[in-house]
Design a protein around this ligand. Structure first.
Ligand code: GDP
Ligand code: ZN
Length: 286
């Protein structure tokens, strides 16, 4: 195996990667190297529970897309925000189809997601499209995550100002680097910036994202520092500052509930990974 093949085996390119091309006798162009990633959105592989899957890399902003003609699902949005926070990119919530009107639930969303901007957009009236364009000013890259039908393609088309189809091969920079796309569509916006549309994603499994969870739920993490036990689960322990805050009406009990669910998911996953490692070690010893 040549060196170029070996490095390819270590990191498989994902959408958004910059690669160095190499040449293999009898094969042609090959990926010689995946260049270091600035950011990476990583989820749990939907097909294989104990493996990670890199969705897209090198994005600056993650737009979590939700259409206001559907019921609000805060748990789902928070899950995507943790995914975004874990990637190292900046999260923003993009509400679509606001021409259809917002009910109170959607209007009050901002209060539930502290520190995350919520953009109101419509591909029909053009409202908020400038705000989305501003996210990718100065040649930044924005990826849109959301379920199918949430209006992602319409948003992309409105930004580009015409209907675009899959831009299969986008060259940027010099000949050494090339953005790679798979099923994700990468579109260069005429006014500057790059937009990556993903196929509809209904839900994502988090992967190794504890620090990101603590950042998205910073209010709870902060309260947790005052709990009597440093490893307090905020469920049953005496002297739990988090539960006290709920009882006193300072913290929404539903928010705590959603946080605990995500934490349980991550804990369980870490446990599975540890079990696997132990098994692998056992096999090697025998
Ligand atoms: P995608 O699957 O996320 O790419 O969603 P599409 O862009 O294909 O949109 C799904 C449906 O929502 C289509 O029927 C669109 O016409 C409709 N839609 C998209 N954007 C808007 C909008 O801003 N306002 C309204 N009223 N409908 C929209
Ligand atoms: Zn506690």
């Amino acid at each position: 195996m040549s060196d170029s093949m070996r490095s390819q085996a270590i990191v498989a390119p994902a959408a958004g990667d910059w690669i160095r091309l190499g040449h293999e006798e009898g094969i042609g162009d090959v990926v010689a190297e995946v260049l270091p990633r600035r950011t990476a959105i990583v989820r749990r592989d939907p097909a294989e529970d104990v493996v990670e899957q890199v969705l897209v890399t090198n994005v600056d902003v993650v737009g979590v897309v939700a259409a206001v003609d559907r019921p609000r699902n805060v748990a789902r949005l928070e899950r995507f925000l943790v995914l975004a926070a874990d990637s190292g990119a900046e999260p923003v919530i993009v509400l679509t189809k606001v021409d259809l009107g917002l009910d109170d639930q959607w209007r009050e969303l901002g209060a539930l997601v502290p520190d995350v901007p919520v953009l109101h957009t419509s591909a029909v009236t053009g409202i908020g499209i400038d705000d989305v364009a501003a996210l990718i000013a100065e040649d930044r890259t924005l990826v849109l995550l959301g379920e199918s039908g949430s209006g992602k393609s319409s948003l992309v088309n409105t930004l580009v100002g015409e209907d675009v189809q899959a831009t299969k091969e986008v060259r940027a920079g010099d000949a050494k680097g090339r953005h790679t796309t798979t099923a994700r569509e990468l579109v260069v916006i005429p006014g500057g910036g790059v937009l990556i549309d993903t196929p509809g994603i209904r839900g994502v499994g988090l992967w190794d994202a504890e620090p990101a969870l603590e950042r998205v739920f910073a209010d709870i993490a902060q309260l947790g520092e005052q709990c009597r036990f440093s490893d307090c689960s905020h469920r049953v322990e005496p002297g739990c500052a988090v539960r006290q805050a709920v009882d006193a009406g300072h913290l929404d009990g539903w928010r705590l509930d959603r946080y605990l669910r995500l934490r349980a998911e991550l804990d369980e996953q870490a446990e599975q990974r540890e079990q696997r490692r132990r098994k692998a070690r056992g096999r090697r010893r025998r």
